[in-house]
Design a protein around this ligand. Structure first.
Ligand SMILES: NC(=O)c1ccc[n+]([C@@H]2O[C@H](COP(=O)([O-])OP(=O)(O)OC[C@H]3O[C@@H](n4cnc5c(N)ncnc54)[C@H](OP(=O)(O)O)[C@@H]3O)[C@@H](O)[C@H]2O)c1
Length: 258
């Protein structure tokens, strides 16, 4: 049996499309998210289209016990992984002083803690087998401060720094770690984050499918940081040249809630 790819946040958007790309490349897949009906529906589609094996796994990854249970379940099935894709994440637009703490805390738990914990749980298995791939989904938000989405932007900066550091630690082990940085992309993310009306999200956006193909290929190459799209690549390059105060002022203007 082929080793599966485990994908978090596979019930919609980029994670859903990553599952389709992996299955099209003949990988078995483990689909993780809270909306089990969607995962079951995707399982049927992928098995019919590609003849791969698909396991839907319902979990709220903000819970530490759910993350440990996910590792235990894969081990009980004797399923060593080919790759771990930490994609689940969300954002929220609001003046920080007025934010709902529960929501901010859940964002930290999902975007930072779950991604770090799952990496810690599955990495020893990859190292023991002398091969494995980790794809952590950050964002172009990782490159600059984001007023009115302060925690989200900071969480993605964490993802990029953490992933680049472990990629360096993993040299010579046969295991690679890739940070995927999409810019604004069509998915449920803008509505969830209440930023659908923002200028950044108007006009023609790349589809989740395009970003998924790009991310999968970067993961396969073992690329350290993969920024999707030429405009985003220029933007992230320019953040290396401008003072962060100026970047924050620019994002403040762009993201000011209406
Ligand atoms: N779309 C963009 O513009 C954009 C840009 C840059 C980066 N990103 C990043 O790309 C990643 C994927 O986002 P997307 O755009 O595909 O958004 P999306 O369509 O909203 O997908 C988010 C996924 O995360 C899952 N999820 C949310 N909370 C969860 C929880 N507590 N436990 C388990 N799964 C959970 C959701 O599934 P359930 O609700 O079923 O649990 C869903 O499958 C995120 O990390 C996001 O920050 C997106």
């Amino acid at each position: 049996m082929a080793k599966p790819v485990l994908i978090t946040g596979a019930s919609s958007g980029i994670g859903y499309e990553l599952a389709r790309v992996c299955a099209a490349h003949q990988h078995d897949v483990i689909l993780v998210a809270r909306r089990e009906d969607r995962l079951k529906d995707l399982k049927e589609k992928l098995e019919a289209a590609h003849g791969v094996q698909v396991w839907p796994y319902q979990a709220d990854l903000t819970e530490a016990t759910a993350r440990q249970a996910l590792l235990d379940w894969t081990q009980s099935l004797g399923l060593p992984l080919y790759a771990l894709v930490n994609n689940a994440g969300f954002g929220h637009l609001q003046f920080f002083a007025e934010t709902d703490w529960e929501r901010q805390n859940a964002m930290v738990q999902l975007n930072i803690v779950a991604l770090t914990h799952l990496t810690r749980l599955f990495l020893p298995g990859f190292i023991a087998q002398g091969q494995g791939r980790i794809l952590n989904v950050a964002s172009t938000a990782a490159f600059l401060p984001g007023p009115y989405m302060a925690v989200y932007y900071a969480s993605k900066a964490y993802v990029m720094s953490f992933t680049e550091a472990i990629a360096s630690e993993l040299e010579g082990t046969g295991v690679t770690a890739t940070t995927l940085c999409p810019g604004p992309t069509e998915s449920e993310f803008p509505d969830q984050a209440q930023i659908g009306e923002m200028e950044l999200f108007k006009g023609k956006l790349p589809s989740s499918a395009e970003v998924a193909v790009f991310g999968y290929e970067a993961m396969e190459r073992g690329q350290r940081i993969a920024v999707h799209g030429i405009t985003n690549q220029m933007l992230t390059l320019s953040t290396r040249l401008l003072p962060s105060k100026q970047l924050a002022a620019m994002m403040k203007k762009l993201q000011k809630p209406g």
